[in-house]
Design a protein around this ligand. Structure first.
Ligand SMILES: [Zn+2]
Length: 59
């Protein structure tokens, strides 16, 4: 198998953050159980952690 073009693992990581009013704001929510760096996956009405299964419902 060719390894060409397989270096895409870290691509787009910076997009998780956005500059807002001169501050870096995380666009993702950290999992309260797993800690920083583990983001919750966004769903229609809830956020879930793919690591521990934590679920947080949106208002
Ligand atoms: Zn978690």
């Amino acid at each position: 198998m060719s390894e060409k073009g397989s270096k895409k693992a870290l691509k787009g990581v910076w997009k998780l953050y956005v500059i807002q009013d001169d501050k870096i704001v995380s666009r993702r929510v950290d999992c309260p159980k797993c800690g920083r760096g583990v983001f919750l996956a966004e769903h229609e009405d809830r956020l879930t952690c793919g690591r521990c299964g934590f679920t947080k419902f949106k208002r």
